[in-house]
Design a protein around this ligand. Structure first.
Ligand code: ZN
Length: 88
């Protein structure tokens, strides 16, 4: 039973992540306070970092298609922008 509840919790987190990603593509960035997840480009917490729509679409397509290489490459790119943004 414990396993089942953990599985449901994980499925819930995945559903929340996809819902956040779908809204992010549309330009609505929100930080998920329940899972503590930022949008892929961190624009929920730093609006100036909102990625261009083409990039958001590419990321979500890669995510849905299971293109881990593109997801990883873009995640690194978004993280790089966040790091640059923090510098004075
Ligand atoms: Zn955030």
């Amino acid at each position: 039973m414990a396993d089942r509840s953990k599985q449901q919790e994980q499925l819930g987190a995945i559903a929340r992540y996809y819902a956040q990603a779908c809204l992010w593509v549309q330009g609505f960035s929100y930080h998920d306070d329940q899972t503590h997840m930022c949008t892929p480009d961190y624009s929920c917490c730093r609006p100036a970092l909102l990625a261009p729509r083409e990039e958001r679409e590419l990321f979500v397509c890669a995510l849905v298609m299971g293109d881990a290489e593109t997801v990883e490459r873009m995640t690194t790119m978004f993280l790089g922008r966040l790091n640059k943004h923090k510098l004075p």
